[in-house]
Design a binder for this molecule. Structure first.
Ligand code: HEC
Ligand code: HEC
Length: 432
């Protein structure tokens, strides 16, 4: 997949993202905020501000969106990516990032010795996978079964208020960054059958991770010492695991995408987006209803919605029940986390199942009858009408204008020669 920014967004790649949502939180929680926002959209549509009637077409569309004096933005609910968060209990350092980089790349840390995080979160393509469903380490040496869901981009993960498609296991960033070791993905869990892609065994993986760090690849001990001032040969498995997560979290501070053309336009630069993208923005915040769920600096409410993406069987069940698997609430069946739209044109395939490679089709699903097919579909979708072909093209131009800076992949790769104990512990076979 090439990263050419001028390519056709209809068939390009996807995803991730957070925050200043206080704006909406004040008014009775996220839900109350959404309702309020939706109402104001309807009002905007009625007053014509979001529509482009023939008469106003001749004028410069930028004039319809003056920069507000208070915020310095044309549309504050879609503000820029904020400054990096401050972590008093885990201040960043080059040594932590260096350790994190090795933990991210070293395939010897997987059960089979063949898979690193970067096998599914490609450094070169916004840390996502171009395969709908990847082969987890637990499936080796066979390449089946595959993971049930698509690997999202890790861009801007440091800002995420919720993560993973169903929001499960995302209590803290360090913990969720270590979780793959306990899952089929990295499989440091020898007791779990290879055709089981669901079981998560954290204690088992913690013990395995300690063995890797202290006994099998002891070159990691001084790297921990340099990063945290801790001699992990004296630490228990839980501490080594937590520090590993802290190192990975620091690495992720560099995985940030910001300063998209839209951000410049939103701050008042008329030339940052062409008229098509400005019209697309108007659809995004108007007729398309997109901003009801995709708002805030990351273009997500970090909430869960049923978008009718799963087929509903005769008995009312879905193959993947999404958020329900975590909460057990019937109302959450078929709901998935709203993904970020920053750099979204580069993060195909899309949806939680990675089953879509055409953004035009995806937009038709959201705005058309398909999106309303599941009896539990989000009621917000009922107020959204199909887009005309020209509107879809404008909206695509707007989505393209959400492509920001891409971090330097070099910061996220580590040459094999730099792996600790590489002379004695080969890549591609399990060290344990
Ligand atoms: C075999 C493929 C695979 C490997 C290897 C893998 N992941 Fe993932 N990752 C996934 C998939 C699939 C998901 C989506 C899981 C879900 O939401 O149910 C995911 C989700 C995530 C998320 C949540 C992102 C979000 O925005 O929701 C993070 C963070 C993450 N992975 C980090 C890592 C790290 C760190 C490693 C290495 C220790 C790793 N992954 C290894 C496939 C993989
Ligand atoms: C009711 C809330 C809601 C509305 C309205 C909404 N979305 Fe989404 N969007 C979501 C959720 C939730 C997903 C993920 C659903 C899934 O995978 O099952 C999603 C997925 C997407 C994706 C795929 C991203 C990826 O990485 O897989 C794109 C692109 C997208 N939406 C754009 C839009 C646009 C453009 C609009 C307006 C036409 C819109 N959305 C309206 C909630 C919403």
């Amino acid at each position: 997949m090439d990263l050419q920014r001028d390519g056709d967004p209809g068939e390009v790649e996807g995803r991730s993202g957070v925050s200043n949502l206080d704006l909406f939180r004040g008014s009775g929680g996220a839900f109350g905020g959404l309702r309020w926002l939706w109402l104001s959209l309807v009002i905007a549509a009625v007053c014509g501000c979001g529509e482009s009637a023939d008469t106003v077409e001749a004028e410069n569309p930028n004039d319809r969106w003056p920069v507000e004096a208070d915020s310095g933005l044309r549309y504050p609910a879609l503000g820029p990516v904020p400054a990096l968060p401050v972590w008093p209990d885990n201040p960043p350092s080059a040594e932590k990032a260096a350790l994190g980089r090795l933990l991210f790349n070293d395939p010897r840390l997987s059960g089979s010795g063949r898979v690193g995080c970067g096998a599914c979160h490609f450094q070169n393509t916004y840390f996502q996978s171009s395969t709908p469903q990847d082969v987890p380490d637990r499936s080796y040496p066979e390449i089946s079964p595959r993971l049930p869901r698509n690997a999202p981009s890790l861009l801007n993960i440091v800002y995420a208020e919720n993560c993973r498609w169903d929001g499960g296991h995302c209590e803290s960033l360090p913990a969720v960054l270590m979780l793959p070791f306990a899952e089929a993905n990295m499989n440091l869990t020898p007791g779990v059958a290879r055709d089981d892609v669901h079981t998560i065994d954290v204690p088992g993986a913690q013990a395995g991770f300690r063995r890797r760090m202290v006994e099998q690849i002891p070159g990691y001990v001084p790297l921990y010492e340099a990063a945290f001032g801790v001699d992990i040969s004296q630490s228990d498995a839980e501490e080594i695991w937590a520090l590993g997560g802290a190192a990975l979290a620091v690495l992720m501070r560099d995985a940030v995408s910001r300063d998209a053309p839209f951000d410049a336009w939103n701050a008042g630069d008329d030339d940052a987006m062409g008229p098509e993208a400005v019209r697309g923005f108007e659809i995004f915040v108007g007729k398309g209803g997109c901003v009801s769920c995709h708002y805030g600096p990351m273009f997500t409410d970090f909430g869960y919605h049923n978008m009718s993406r799963e087929a509903v069987a005769d008995d009312g069940s879905r193959e993947d029940e999404g958020r329900f698997l975590i909460t057990g609430n019937d109302a959450d069946k078929g709901k998935f986390l709203t993904p970020t739209l920053r750099s979204v044109v580069f993060t195909a395939p899309w949806w939680h199942d990675g089953g879509e490679t055409d953004l035009r089709r995806l937009l038709a699903h959201i705005t058309g009858p398909e999106g309303k097919a599941d009896p539990l579909h989000d009621p917000i979708l009922d107020g959204i009408e199909p887009l005309a072909a020209a509107e879809t093209e404008d909206l695509l131009q707007f989505l393209k204008a959400l492509t920001g800076t891409h971090p330097d992949p070099v910061d996220f790769t580590a040459p094999v020669e730099s792996f600790p104990n590489i002379d004695t512990v080969p890549v591609g076979v399990s060290p344990g």
